[in-house]
Ligand binder design. Sequence first.
Ligand SMILES: [Zn+2]
Ligand SMILES: [Zn+2]
Ligand SMILES: [Zn+2]
Length: 328
Amino acid sequence: MPELRKDPIVGRWVIIATDRAKRPVAPKAEPPPPATVCPFCAGNEVYTPHEILAYRERGTKADEPGWRVRVVPNKFPALQIEGDLQKRGDGIYDKMNGIGAHEVILECPFHETSMANLTEDNIREILWVYRDRLVDLKKDPRLVYGMVFKNVGTVAGASLEHSHSQLIVTPIVPINVLEEMNGALEFFGYRGRCIYCDMIHQELATEKRIVLATPNFVSFCPYASRFPFETENIQKNEVDELGTVLRTILLKLETALEKPSYNYIIHTAPFDTQNLPHYHWHMEIIPRLTRVAGFEWGTGFYINPVPPEQAAQFLQETEVDPSAKPKR
Ligand SMILES: [Zn+2]
Ligand SMILES: [Zn+2]
Ligand SMILES: [Zn+2]
């Protein structure tokens, strides 16, 4: 059973996941040798745990081919779904059982390593799957926060190439989310305005950091980007266009930066909050072009060699067609 332990000074929770110790302890920088059998391809369902959800063709059965997007439990889960939280003290420390969900979303049945090379419709279905899983896991009273994320490339922590993303649902609100929400609340408290809405207005007005603006989404390089070409998508209200927006941004990044390793994360409010006047769900896309080293670890400062204005201009000028048929 994994354990959650709280750092008593900064309040950060850490997952002590003993089962995962079986995984390699000193990851190498070079890519892993290509597996002879890809466990995420259709036809190889036997290599994954039983599916939790799949969008599949009529008449096809669970754990068999015929799916378009498929969700399975992570084979090496950081958190475990069965059991009680058992929140308890340990002297001056706090801990609880590592209860939570850790799922993998297999984004396509064929062997494709780049999400940018999936159709807009395919990407839309992936987004619906994220939503379905979050709605389902929200019902679990033990769990309070869900985050979807994606690791692409070994530098970004991916161990399998087949296009996939992950979902981790936790019994505590992660510190990075708390920091965002507290910062937004503080701004709201003394200005009476939503920082995200203010950011959208100013970014649209100045245009300097905008990569893409569609009726419901704004994609821009944040003013204080930590990493070169870091991009955020913030929703204004609807989600219809996100499939197109996401494919466009990923195509731009792949074209402009020659298929970089990257992470993306989707930040939403904790499960028990709704319609916060000061917070918006958003997506952060972080190409891994620089290494996080001693200085960053020690200070929380990041050194970004590319001004976000320059990154945004470069991405804006990189022309791509999100409706183009993927080459395969
Ligand atoms: Zn595959
Ligand atoms: Zn707002
Ligand atoms: Zn965020």
